[in-house]
Design a protein. Structure first.
Length: 190
């Protein structure tokens, strides 16, 4: 029964607008169990993408061919090209069909650093996993997870276990001219 309660908290967080969810997702834990390898990170940076009519950089405005996964809404996720050839993990937010999403940009490794290093084929000097492509590679997430339901097990989003300390809001990377939205959020860890 406890799992059901946690799932309800996660679903409630994701059902908010992308800008609100992007703040509330900070400090939450994202984990995967792929090929019996468990990895868990704490989310430390997010980027919100709003609705087509209110956000110039909305995913519905960015992609010519709208991926089916973007229309699913919470508790689903999309795995899409983010910057360059890297794939990014977008947690769908808002309502079904809205196209709102939160890109996971950075995290702090809690468990499974050796698995992350092996997947990324590099030795890491810190426990910080920076960049959308490094997040997906480190967690073992690829295109096959596009449209995956976060409440079914292999990829898991768990509520934070401590209060949110401080977060900084900034413009998104590569924001359009005159975009005054501060939709990039970073958790300050002390």
């Amino acid at each position: 029964m406890e799992t059901l309660g946690l799932n309800n908290r996660v679903l409630k967080t994701l059902s908010q607008s992308s800008a609100k969810a992007a703040v509330d997702i900070l400090g939450m834990r994202l984990s995967t169990t792929i090929k019996d390898k468990f990895v868990e990170i704490m989310i430390t940076e997010t980027e919100a993408y709003g609705r087509k009519n209110t956000d110039k950089m909305a995913l519905f405005n960015t992609y010519k061919n709208i991926p089916t996964s973007l229309t699913l809404g919470p508790p689903y996720m999309s795995v899409l090209r983010s910057y360059g050839s890297n794939k990014g993990l977008f947690l769908l937010t808002g309502k079904k069909g809205s196209g709102e999403a939160v890109l996971i940009k950075s995290g702090k490794i809690l468990i499974g650093k050796k698995h992350i290093e092996k997947r990324r084929k590099t030795k890491m000097k810190t426990d910080n996993l920076n960049g959308p492509g490094n997040i997906t590679k480190g967690l073992g997430i690829d295109d096959t997870f596009d449209g995956y339901n976060l409440l079914t097990g292999i990829v898991d989003l768990s509520p934070r276990i401590h209060p949110l300390d401080q977060a900084i809001a900034r413009p998104r990377k590569n924001a359009k001219r005159n975009d005054k939205n501060l939709w990039r959020f970073t958790l300050i860890i002390k």
